[in-house]
Write a protein that binds this ligand. Structure first.
Ligand SMILES: [Zn+2]
Length: 141
């Protein structure tokens, strides 16, 4: 028996440009066309200017940021992650905007020594042909 493989993201109409960019290892974030603020995830209303017609567009970002918190996942509740535990999820504040937070897996492994404010940069895990998910790696200090 082989373990079930990790589930792959299924893009919808809204997220398709995001996953398309990710497949090319480019991180994008939805940006409000009214006020220029980034939002993760984009909602029907812009959380910054409260426009009900934000017309979000995904724009490339640096993928650099600082760790604001993290957690070690020791038990897999979803099939497909059994072989991956334990792993670390980091909560990253991206450089582009104050409080622009994104959760991702840390590729440095569960034993990485972490401190609040540690610098990370986005990297991508290729799950299948044409499918990649963003993760983070510690920047060499
Ligand atoms: Zn806005």
């Amino acid at each position: 028996m082989t373990a079930p493989s990790r589930p792959v993201p299924v893009p919808d109409e809204t997220s398709a440009p995001y996953w398309e960019a990710a497949a090319g290892h480019v991180l994008t974030v939805a940006r409000c066309s009214r006020c220029g603020s980034f939002s993760i995830p984009p909602d029907v209303v812009c959380q910054h200017c409260h426009s009900t017609d934000p017309d979000f567009a995904f724009e490339p970002v640096s993928g650099r940021g600082a760790i604001r918190s993290w957690t070690v996942v020791r038990q897999s509740f979803l099939p497909g992650f059994t072989d991956d535990v334990p792993f670390v999820l980091v909560d990253v504040e991206l450089d582009e905007q104050a409080d622009l937070r994104m959760i991702g897996r840390l590729v440095d492994g569960p034993a990485a020594a972490l401190r609040l404010g540690d610098r990370v940069v986005v990297t991508f895990e290729d799950l299948a042909p044409g499918v990649a998910v963003p993760a983070f790696g510690l920047e060499p200090s």
